[in-house]
Write a protein that binds this ligand. Structure first.
Ligand code: B12
Ligand code: SF4
Length: 467
């Protein structure tokens, strides 16, 4: 396979090929090339890839597009699918990677390259550090595959690859193909996937937190699919599964960023009878009508990045959407409407002190947050926060970039004290008594089970495992 030089950083949108002519080109090439798509498992010892994992919508989107022109085999190592050592039956090996599984993705890339295969790396990590990732593949896809697909497909068919495929402009979401889940569901191990169906309504998030990769990749861009398209996809799943009450999980960065759109979507969903959960930022959740509509539309859990109870920290990370004065209102609005809260809290910032832990404990217990999740602040490569913290980072071992490892010594508290407090807080919040206090009167469902599992997990925690 020949690599074109010099490198083109931006792909022209369609290369003059329509979807139809692309299919014609594929037909002319007669032999259908065979792709192996891989979702690698990470090396982390934390709970990130264990238990039931969600179907990987990122790789499913790759499979959906590639499957129209090529033969596709889909492997998800997280559910126990085996990655072959011999790639001889494949022409293209395409791997998705985040930072925490980058070393795995690179090892697969190296092995496939050494067997003469075309290797494509995509996902957040290769996008953010493409110079590093390029050492392990033929080509990188920068950001979403949809916006560079035509050019990539033509180059694969003609055997001339570029090192980086990067779109000049992102495609409107309306033109994006529905995901074809059959690739993922073919595995005999597919039972290990969570029953929640991943779905996407919007892309991007203009809030601009300095630790997040989304603003770097997608800028201030916020796109959404027409409400009808999203509802149609839900109806399709209801028909496919033969029932109205299906469980959906939005993969959006920030589904509520445009209130008007979000409310229209929720009104439509309320008529469908589905259940759903999503990541959400707090920008307008303090308004009671939103929480009411969320409850009516079948939301059973909202994942909210509270991040910190310290206003200085919220300011330094540029999380303008989080107004401390709104925290309690947001929680009580959601609770009044039967929506449980998965609350994310981060520690290890320069402004963290012993007090941060106590304030977080009090907030969680007083407001009965059902499913608190704690992480250590992790400057991900390519973000402004990474550039700022780079001289102080303890290591660049990507396996430990899972938000559960100690990354740098904060200024107001020693690393030792940070980890001691971090462990103590988790143990306290997941003590049986604390669970009963937080969960009293809540419907007996999987959130109880999650608490039980966290109780067992946190009992075993010690500061050393975060090193
Ligand atoms: C929803 C979500 C989750 C969900 C579902 C995860 C899942 N199984 O997919 C949950 C809550 C479980 C989760 C967990 C975690 N997440 Co998360 N998550 C997201 C979020 C908001 C959206 C991901 C998504 O599915 N988007 C929709 C799909 C369709 O888009 P996409 O992933 O960008 O994929 C497109 C392109 O990247 C490209 N592409 C992707 N792969 C490939 C492969 C090839 C070959 C090609 C050509 C193209 C290609 O095309 C795709 C289709 O358009 C992202 C933010 C983001 N925008 O990436 C964070 C994000 C991925 N998560 C992040 C983190 C840190 C985590 C956790 C470690 C958190 C934790 N402590 O538990 C875990 C790790 C889980 C894991 N094993 O990877 C970070 C990762 C940072 C990094 N540099 O690696 C992100 C980027 C957020 C951030 N802080 O910036 N997450
Ligand atoms: S609100 Fe969430 S998705 Fe948006 S920039 Fe901040 S961390 Fe990223």
């Amino acid at each position: 396979m020949q690599i074109d030089q010099p490198e083109t950083n931006f792909s022209s949108e369609s290369n003059g090929y329509s979807e139809k002519s692309l299919k014609q080109l594929a037909a002319e090439k007669k032999s259908r090339k065979k792709w192996l798509l891989i979702q690698p498992v990470s090396n982390t010892c934390m709970m990130v890839d264990s238990g039931s994992v969600s179907m990987p919508l990122n790789l499913i989107m790759v499979a959906t597009l590639a499957g129209e022109l090529f033969d596709v085999i889909f492997i998800d190592e997280r559910i126990g699918d085996q990655i072959p050592e011999d790639f001889s039956e494949f022409d293209v090996v395409a791997v998705t990677s985040r930072t925490l599984n980058a070393s795995k993705a690179y090892a697969i890339g190296d092995a496939a390259l050494s067997q003469g295969k075309t290797v494509i790396l995509g996902g957040v990590h290769p996008t953010m550090v493409h110079d590093e990732a390029r050492e392990h593949c033929t080509s990188i896809v920068y950001g979403e595959i949809e916006s560079v697909w035509t050019e990539l497909a033509v180059d694969i068919l003609s055997g001339k690859m570029k090192p980086v495929y990067r779109a000049r402009a992102f495609k409107p979401m309306a033109s994006m193909t529905h995901p074809d889940f059959s690739h993922a569901l073919k595995s005999r191990k597919a039972k290990k996937y969570s029953s929640r169906i991943p779905i996407l309504a919007t892309k991007g998030c203009p809030v601009g937190c300095n630790f997040c990769t989304t603003p770097t990749i997608y800028g201030k861009n916020y796109r959404y699919r027409e409400v009808d398209l999203v509802l149609n996809e839900m109806r399709y799943h209801q028909e496919r599964l033969g029932k109205e009450k299906i469980f959906l999980s939005f993969m959006d960065d920030n589904i509520s960023f445009r209130p008007k759109y979000f409310m229209e979507l929720l009104e439509g969903m309320a008529k469908l009878g589905v259940r759903w959960n999503a990541n959400i930022s707090m920008n307008f959740l303090h308004k009671p009508e939103i929480a009411e509509l969320a409850g009516k539309s079948g939301c059973d859990l909202m994942s909210i990045g509270f991040e910190s109870l310290n206003p200085e920290i919220l300011k330094t990370v540029h999380k303008g959407s989080n107004k401390l004065g709104n925290y309690e209102t947001v929680v009580s609005n959601l609770h009044k409407n039967g929506v449980a809260i998965q609350g994310y809290f981060m520690f290890g910032f320069d402004n963290d002190s012993d007090e941060s832990f106590q304030m977080t404990y009090d907030f969680i217990m007083n407001n009965k947050i059902e499913f608190p999740v704690f992480s250590l602040v992790t400057p991900f490569p390519g973000t402004p926060y990474f550039d700022e913290m780079k001289p102080r980072l303890r290591h660049f071992n990507w396996d430990k970039y899972d938000t559960y490892h100690y990354m740098f010594e904060p200024t107001k508290i020693s690393g030792e004290k940070l980890l001691e407090n971090f462990v103590k807080l988790q143990k306290e919040v997941y003590k049986k008594r604390a669970i009963m206090r937080r969960m009293k009167g809540k419907p007996f469902n999987w959130v109880w089970l999650a608490n039980y599992m966290m109780h067992r997990f946190t009992k075993k925690l010690s500061p050393e495992i975060y090193l």
